[in-house]
Design a protein around this ligand. Structure first.
Ligand SMILES: [Zn+2]
Length: 129
């Protein structure tokens, strides 16, 4: 790079001529002002794709588990939501698990009710004898 004022040879990256002090800044592009590469200017969007019937499958699964301890009403919800999830096209295994757990809770409740009836019947028979 040659100084335009004194014509001495200057190193390329200096801001002033070491010989006469001429400021090179005005005629030189400012590298720091270069814009970012264009691909960095676009925000990145992440598409959140929800599987069909995913909510219903999750509800079915949760209700199915709770119904094993809390009884057949949640079991029925688990079955209904599980079937809805499958009808909506869910391939989530939680939907099928929820239905199975729902039926188990109903079966457990039914057995429990029958046991109570049986014991009450035996109790009444024994009291009356
Ligand atoms: Zn100079």
């Amino acid at each position: 790079m040659t100084c335009p004022r004194c014509n001495s040879d200057c190193p390329n990256m200096v801001n002033f001529c070491p010989n006469c002090g001429f400021a090179f800044d005005a005629g030189r592009p400012k590298y720091t002002e270069y814009s970012q590469p264009q691909y960095q200017q676009y925000p990145q969007y992440y598409l959140v794709v929800q599987a069909p019937g995913e909510n219903e499958a999750n509800i079915s699964f949760v209700c199915g588990i709770i119904s094993l301890f809390a009884g057949f009403i949640l079991g029925i919800i688990a079955i209904v939501m599980g079937k809805k999830a499958i009808r909506l096209g869910s391939t989530d295994s939680k939907a099928r698990t929820g239905i199975i757990l729902g039926w188990i809770s109903i079966a457990v409740t039914a057995v429990g009710v029958m046991m109570v009836i049986l014991f009450m019947t035996l109790f009444i028979i024994r009291v009356n004898m």
